[in-house]
Design a protein around this ligand. Sequence first.
Ligand code: PGA
Length: 247
Amino acid sequence: MRKKIVAANWKMNMNLKEAKSLCKTLLPLVKTNDKTVVFCVPSINITEVGKMLKGTNVKLGAQNMFYEEKGAYTGEISADMLLSAGVEYVIIGHSERRQIFKENDVMINKKIKKALAAGLIPIMCVGETLTQREKNETLDHIKNQLEKGLKSVSKDDIKNVVLAYEPIWAIGTGHTATSKQAEDVCAYIRKVLTEMYDKKTADEVSILYGGSVNEKNAKELFSKKNIDGGLIGGASLKSEFADITNS
Ligand code: PGA
């Protein structure tokens, strides 16, 4: 059985007071019975939010990390630092990191391998632009991102990777992919994983959908065969996030 996961991506939102207040509201409402809920918190607030999550069934996540062990990398955060703060999950290769901070597939691959070696669970994001979708290049682009991002990740390790399909045109825009569009690409991701590994292995990898998921559309999206949950941005900053986790 694949893990069902609903991960909140808070991005660069909420100061410490606001973050604590949201946790206070959400924690009693989030039911995790058959699924894993993760809060991916801005690094400066990870320690304090982590304290609030202790003893609850919500897991602590980060939004990024660097692939080097330690040293002169001003502004960066290592896997070991995340681990020592109690982090279990880390988003890698979000489209905002790729587009604004110029992260490429080679860097993303190094981060994925470092996270796995450290014992963190990477949530690796892939997704196409609107232009790529209109030119019918979506599947080729996704395949390319998977092959490069997961280069030399072993069959044992891939089971500890979570994938997130996030079409860039759907992120923060209110234009959610239809459940069919989302399912089609998530099924394709599983097909590529089958080619890269084997069917049994591909069937064990959780694949999330992200991009304007809210409490109204979550149920339909999560009901699809190859969609094992969601990565939620805007709607994770409100109490409605609890409804999404219960979808
Ligand atoms: P959104 O963001 O839910 O605000 O569209 C999703 C994401 O970027 O992970």
